[in-house]
Unconditional design. Structure first.
Length: 322
């Protein structure tokens, strides 16, 4: 890697001087926040982007200024990650189109939601953040070009909880929205690690990322006082551990690691890893859930294989067949 970026880098700084004309990207969740900024930055540098969104009308309005300013292009496709029927319909449309992607960025997600289930009966956060992307990406894997990249958004919240392969839907335990969110984000990291192992023979590499904390629409299920309380808890926990205060990033900064991983970083250096602040994060197994770095369980190779097999079982499809 010839240039060093960090926590304060923006997506445009990461892509400075990069010409993406002729490159094609698929990004989920582009109607707001990190996804919208990721699309804007890539399209501004000449990329052709397909944005997969749950609400096409909302996305059309949100991305109008992106399309107007882009030197590349943006098209939208309908995708509800909380419905396997929608996931398969989206994937089949992309497969019928047949055009390849240089990178796929699994960006969409929900956070700390009240208990709910997807259309297929899965706990909403696990079903949306992990299983929806698992089903989509594996179905369209033939469209990912040789030497391409998969970037899956994880979160610092993976430090809250490992995956539960025996009771992923909280059928035998009390529901906790943060535990559910943490499990779903651990799952996304494990998915990226195992996808990397399975596809590296084609030169394809995958990584998960922690984009950074920012005031996007993601915490829309939290009351303002709850959100403020969360910030105070994080600050106290980091101070007690002798860590510097956590800083909120601007939207252009939280999109930086996504575009860095998808375009700029040496793919063979980031492969199978968890990234934060435009760098490979160190393994950090201290119990503090608000520390930096990645818990080793989120990259555990055996657990990644087990989750993959279970995920195939849950969605009712073998990735060897799709």
């Amino acid at each position: 890697m010839t240039e060093k970026f960090g926590a304060k880098s923006t997506a445009d700084e990461v892509l400075d001087g990069v010409d993406l004309k002729g490159k094609r990207f698929l990004i989920t969740g582009v109607s707001s926040g990190i996804g919208l900024e990721t699309v804007r930055a890539l399209a501004a540098h000449g990329a052709s982007v397909v944005g997969a969104v749950r609400d096409l009308a909302k996305a059309e309005r949100a991305t109008a200024s992106v399309r107007d300013a882009a030197s590349g292009s943006l098209e939208l496709i309908e995708l509800d990650l909380a419905s396997l029927q929608s996931v398969r319909a989206c994937a089949d449309r992309l497969l019928a189109d047949g055009r390849r992607f240089d990178s796929i960025i699994a960006n969409a997600g929900v956070m700390a939601t009240p208990f709910a289930r997807t259309a297929d009966g899965f706990e909403l956060q696990f079903g949306t953040n992990h299983l929806g992307h698992f089903a989509l990406v594996n179905r369209i894997a033939p469209l990912l070009a040789d030497n391409g990249r998969l970037v899956v958004l994880s979160s610092q919240a993976h430090r809250v909880a490992d995956v539960d392969l025996d009771d992923p839907n909280f059928e035998r335990q009390a529901y906790d929205p943060w535990v559910a969110y943490g499990r779903s984000k651990t799952a996304t990291s494990l998915f990226a690690a195992e996808f990397d192992r399975r596809h590296r023979h084609r030169g394809i590499r995958a990584a998960s990322i922690m984009p950074g904390n920012s005031l996007t629409d993601l915490p829309r299920h939290l009351r303002q006082e709850d959100l403020q309380g969360l910030f105070e808890t994080v600050g106290k926990a980091r101070a007690e551990a002798g860590l510097p205060p956590a800083e909120l990033k601007d939207i252009p900064q939280v999109a930086a690691t996504s575009v860095w991983a998808a375009v700029v970083a040496d793919k063979d250096e980031i492969c199978g890893h968890y990234l934060e602040d435009c760098a490979v994060a160190p393994v950090n197994d201290t119990p503090n859930p608000f520390a930096d770095g990645v818990r080793s369980y989120a990259l555990d190779a055996d657990k990644a294989k087990q989750l993959w097999a279970k995920s195939e079982e849950w969605i009712g499809a073998s990735t060897a067949a799709i």
